[in-house]
Design a protein around this ligand. Structure first.
Ligand SMILES: Cc1cc2nc3c(=O)[nH]c(=O)nc-3n(C[C@H](O)[C@H](O)[C@H](O)COP(=O)(O)O)c2cc1C
Length: 443
């Protein structure tokens, strides 16, 4: 069973105070070279892909955090030119974009990279995005997922609108494309009306790998129908196993091969040559945090302003209204679970979220981190991981230099790429065009 590893790149690193940590190069987060070097490092380590998150609004309080970065599709196109094998996964919203444009952008990245594109499909959790698109209100959770479902139906038709055999390009006969193999999609639905065809031929992977990152009931339903890789956040083995089993089961009930849906939780490894050294590093990073930033993040996630509460008193659980509509439902629940399970102070909650926004932080020796990765992988909780270094580039260098060799010694992680496309790295089939007659496919 191959373990899949992505490098989840966040400017400065995933710890919210990483940019203040020595060696994290915050002045370079708008430079191509910063990301190109990380991508080339991940490729040299034979990672499956690099991943960029995104939101069409300034979500973070930039007064305290270096949370600015280039737009993913633009950045991935540039990185595609200076790499050869590493998968290129980026986020784009179905709530704040139009299917025809996004389909041709992703098909272009797939063509230009020789088949390495992956699209993290999000409905956008940040309510403040609405004002950037002329909307008074951020659409509610269920509405966003309903739109996303139709959106995927449309873009999949567009990606398939040129059959693989459509492109002829025969100067002698003068036939460039076979018109019988280029199809209008003529989609009319509740949210979209799109004629098609797409204005470029079918890409090397047929379509980008569909990635998704929502864990609510709606999110899981959407993922079971469309996702080929699922990013998720879990603090405990038990909750990761429950999610893994549920997603695979939902996909199977829709007639899909559960092996065609890869589940990748996030892991933020804080490494030391001893447990004590790792704990001290985590402490140093936490000491660099600024409560005002963490309280702002907590307010965005829970809807509650806790800035007047004593940071070192037990977290005031009673203020959390667990009944309301949540923009990021599963992430909110994850915070509630931490509070109920660990009875922390407010400051301890801030430090837990400072590490990786609710993703699992594992502080320890390379052996301990490798053990945890192997345990989750072999216990039906993960097909792989989004590796989220606490600070960059050093935190990633340490993972590659000290943890990857252990995973290889244990026969868990590749030493060489077997293929050239992201689908080949993930062991995913290349989908046929829905317009190609099944009989012709086998001809
Ligand atoms: C690894 C990971 C990456 C994510 N990346 C993004 C992102 O780039 N942009 C975004 O708006 N939401 C992102 N999300 C949030 C999800 O899209 C979604 O809003 C969140 O998981 C809550 O989904 P739910 O309401 O279906 O539970 C990410 C979530 C995870 C687990």
């Amino acid at each position: 069973m191959t373990l899949h590893l992505n490098l989840f790149i966040y400017p400065g690193g995933h710890h919210e105070a990483a940019w203040r940590y020595a060696g994290s190069e915050p002045e370079r987060v708008m430079h191509l070279s910063y990301y190109a070097e990380l991508a080339q490092r991940a490729e040299a380590a034979k990672f499956d892909a690099i991943f960029f998150a995104d939101g069409p609004s300034l979500m973070e309080n930039v007064q305290y955090a270096a949370r600015v970065k280039p737009e993913p599709l633009t950045l991935l196109s540039a990185i595609g030119a200076v790499t050869e094998r590493i998968g290129l996964i980026g986020t784009a919203s179905t709530t704040y974009s139009q299917p025809y444009n996004l389909a041709r952008q992703w098909a272009s990245v797939d063509h230009l990279s020789g088949g390495r594109a992956g699209w993290n499909i999000v409905t956008t959790g940040a309510p403040n995005a609405a004002q950037n698109f002329g909307l008074a209100e951020h659409p509610v959770h269920a509405e966003r997922y309903a739109r996303a479902d139709e959106y995927l139906d449309v873009v999949t038709k567009l990606f398939d609108s040129w059959e693989d055999e459509a492109l002829v390009a025969d100067p002698a006969s003068g036939l460039y494309a076979d018109p019988d193999r280029v199809h209008r999609v003529d989609h009319t639905g509740r949210f979209f009306s799109v004629a098609g065809p797409l204005n470029l031929p079918r890409s090397p992977q047929g379509r980008p790998v569909y990635v998704q990152a929502g864990s609510s009931d709606d999110g899981r339903g959407f993922a079971a129908r469309w996702a080929e890789a699922i990013f998720t956040a879990h603090q405990t083995l038990g909750s990761a196993q429950e999610f893994y089993a549920d997603i695979k089961d939902r996909a199977a009930r829709l007639g899909r091969d559960p092996g065609g849906v890869k589940v990748l939780p996030g892991i933020s490894p804080i490494l030391g040559s001893s447990q004590r050294e790792a704990d001290e590093l985590e402490e140093r990073l936490n000491e660099l945090t600024q409560p005002a930033y963490g309280l702002g993040q907590l307010h965005r996630l829970t809807g509650v302003d806790l800035s007047s509460y004593d940071l070192d008193a037990p977290f005031p659980r009673e203020v959390l209204d667990t009944g309301g509509e949540r923009s990021e439902a599963s992430r909110f629940q994850l915070v509630v679970d931490i509070i109920q399970r660990e009875k922390p102070t407010l400051r301890q909650v801030l430090h837990r979220l400072a590490g990786a926004r609710g993703h699992r932080v594992v502080a320890g020796t390379p052996e301990l981190v490798a053990d945890q990765i192997q345990l989750w992988h072999e216990s039906g909780a993960a097909d792989g991981f989004n590796v989220m270094p606490p600070y960059l580039p050093g935190g990633f260098d340490d993972f590659v230099d000290h943890v990857v060799p252990i995973l290889r010694q244990r026969g868990l992680f590749r030493t060489e790429y077997a293929g050239t496309t992201l689908r080949e790295h993930y062991g995913l089939d290349r989908p046929a065009s829905q317009y190609t007659h099944p009989l012709e496919e086998t001809a």
